[in-house]
Ligand binder design. Structure first.
Ligand code: PMP
Length: 381
């Protein structure tokens, strides 16, 4: 590297705060021909995609590819027994699910907004989404581990598995009849974790953002068992954005089709293998530095399991490194320290319902940024 660019990169703040999946860009540059899409000026003009579908703005081609990729990967039941509701990212669908669950018939007489909980450390998007609108229907209720359910008031539990931020495989904490579970399976794809079974929950959320890296498409989907609940989720998306971009759906369908073809028709597009290799290399380097320097601790992940998709034992390779500061310096807020002293921007533990001794670092950034991160992490002892 030339001296001047080394100096530049030394001062540049690297942003590993968001889980922005730009790491996949290099894959799509090289292997993405099958995802090429041409849209004519006259196409996709109507609001409607399929008036006969419960989710009237869902394009049949996108629906086909969603069901197909789940069948190929085996990570979720997505046959005709499930209704598909799409949203502008799974972020919109999380809100839609909260709306749908808190407006179920027969809920009258329960007191106050329905609590929304999740086991800490939980995805920082959940409290924000639950409280942003100061809804009278639902509100953030905190850590599911310390939450005491009301005997007659239902609550909603968000279960993220593999978990953002720490990669753990989570199950519901609150097991009683007042629990509505929203299973956020954004990271239940073979590059991050072995696929051990087809998830079969009442409400499951997925997003193209973490599956293929196309966060800019803003497309998520929910697999929903109950038709009435699905209908209310559709209503929420209808009222907020009158559906979801058809251009985006065509693009997402083309992307998913390219991935599925890569596995079903022997195409070149082996996305999950690329993702696994990349994540394995990145984790090896993170572990190496963490072990050598001793300033940070990492969680122990479950042992490798048999992955039905890969047909071999596979390790857990979470999308984030969840680091705990264990060094000798008196540092309470490790995210601030990383930013001011090492120009690494990352998200502090407080955002996830725990302490700022923890920090979440995205491992999904472009290779150059990841390399700079490793270089900087190596200088902390
Ligand atoms: N759930 C989890 C656990 C996430 O990490 C994210 C993105 N950071 C989302 C949902 C939202 O994804 P999107 O809105 O891009 O579909």
């Amino acid at each position: 590297m030339a001296a001047s660019s080394a100096a530049e990169s030394k001062d540049r703040v690297i942003n590993l705060d968001h889980g922005d999946p730009t790491a996949y860009e290099s894959f799509w540059r090289e292997s993405g021909e099958g995802a090429y899409l041409k849209i004519e000026g006259w196409e996709n003009m109507s609001y409607f995609s399929d008036r006969n579908n419960l989710c009237w703005f869902l394009l049949p081609v996108f629906e086909t590819e969603i069901r197909r990729i789940h069948r190929i990967v085996g990570n979720a039941t997505a046959d005709e027994s499930r209704h598909i509701v799409i949203g502008n990212g799974s972020s919109q669908l999380f809100q839609a699910a909260l709306f749908a669950l808190s407006t179920q018939p027969g809920l009258t007489g329960t007191s106050g907004p329905m609590p929304v909980v999740s086991a800490a450390p939980y995805y920082s998007g959940y409290p924000a989404a639950a409280d942003f609108l100061k809804s009278t229907l639902y509100k953030w209720g905190g850590d599911a581990n310390t939450f005491t359910p009301h005997p007659s008031t239902p609550h909603n539990e968000a279960i993220c598995s593999p978990n953002n931020p720490d990669g753990r495989l989570n199950n519901p904490v609150l097991l009683n009849q007042n629990s509505n579970n929203i299973h956020d399976l954004a990271y239940y794809w073979p590059q991050y974790t072995p696929i051990t079974k087809a998830a079969d929950h009442d409400i499951m959320l997925f997003t193209i953002s973490k599956c293929t890296g196309h966060a800019g498409c803003r497309l998520g989907w929910a697999l929903v068992k109950d038709a009435d609940l699905a209908r209310r989720m559709v209503k929420f998306v209808e009222l907020g954005t009158i559906g979801v971009s058809k251009d985006s759906q065509h693009r997402a369908a083309a992307i998913l089709r390219a991935v599925s073809n890569g596995y079903e028709s022997g195409g070149a597009c082996k996305l999950f293998h690329f993702g696994r290799k990349m994540m394995a290399e990145r984790w090896e380097r993170v572990r190496e530095v963490v072990k050598a320097k001793g300033a940070f601790g990492l969680l122990e992940y479950p042992p490798p399991s048999y992955c039905g998709f890969l047909r071999e034992e596979a390790t857990h390779l979470p999308a984030f490194a969840w680091l705990k500061y264990e060094g000798n310096q008196d540092i309470e807020d490790i995210a601030s320290y990383l930013k001011t002293e090492h120009s690494i921007e990352a998200r502090g533990g407080r955002n996830f319902g725990t302490t700022d001794k923890y920090v979440r670092i995205s491992l999904l950034e472009r290779q150059k940024t990841f390399d700079v991160f490793i270089e900087r992490l190596s200088s902390i002892s």
